[in-house]
Design a protein around this ligand. Structure first.
Ligand SMILES: Cc1ncc(CN)c(N)n1
Length: 224
């Protein structure tokens, strides 16, 4: 069994929790409170600034030019395609560029991105991939599932989000990362696979926490 199949099977219950989170459900049926989506967009923009750096680290850790080039492409598409969706939504929601750039990461955003950067900087290329993969893979799965809901992809606010994450372009990038992780883990010892599984599990949990943070508009404690 490929390592990605093992991850997929083992973590299904946690993935289902993400799919059924009220934030995700609200995106699909169009009932999500716009204030929550506005908050999510700002936090996600900050998240993606750090997430993009993981691809730069991937290029540094890659051992051949083709893989380096792929990571460079992932960095480019995050900064210029995925984040351009956020910039468009920002305009739609009256979020200024200044507000976007100067926003402060909420506790969960900071914890999630710093965890991935720590694993990425200190670990192997397989460690980095295991930590960054739930982000791409779970959004692709959620995008595809929401895309099946009649009318969801044409919703005036949330349709473009669903179109982006259910797209073949986004899916191909996620699939490339899945395939590379499978290649790198082929024939690896159980001990090594368990460590990778833990990284993957932790960032899958962070995905849930990110939806929950956005749903509840998480802030740092007041009256500091
Ligand atoms: C928190 C989070 N997770 C995943 C993705 C998809 N790249 C995202 N934009 N934000």
């Amino acid at each position: 069994m490929k390592f990605s199949e093992r991850l997929y099977e083992k973590l299904q219950p946690i993935w289902r929790k993400n799919h059924t989170h009220p934030f995700v459900q609200g995106l699909g049926d169009g009932t999500l409170d716009k204030e929550k989506f506005r908050y999510f967009m700002i936090q996600d923009y900050l998240y993606l600034i750090d997430y993009a750096k993981l691809f730069a680290i991937g290029a540094v850790k890659a051992t051949d030019v083709e893989t380096m080039g792929k990571f460079a492409g992932l960095l480019d598409s995050t900064l210029n395609e995925e984040m351009s969706l956020h910039r468009q939504y920002a305009k739609k929601f009256g979020i200024t560029e200044e507000e976007l750039e100067n926003a402060e990461p909420a506790p969960t955003t900071l914890a999630y991105t710093h965890y991935m950067l720590h694993v990425g900087q200190n670990g192997t290329l397989a460690d980095l991939l295991a930590a960054l993969l739930p982000c791409m893979w779970s959004y692709w799965e959620i995008g595809k599932e929401l895309n099946e809901i009649p009318g969801a992809r044409d919703h005036e606010f949330y349709g473009e989000w669903i179109q982006m994450y259910s797209s073949d372009e986004f899916g191909n990038l996620a699939q490339w990362c899945i395939n590379l992780l499978d290649e790198l883990t082929d024939g690896k010892k159980e001990e090594e696979l368990e460590k990778l599984e833990e990284y993957f599990l932790n960032t899958t949990r962070f995905e849930y926490l990110f939806w929950d943070m956005s749903y509840h508009l998480q802030t740092w404690p007041k009256d500091e």
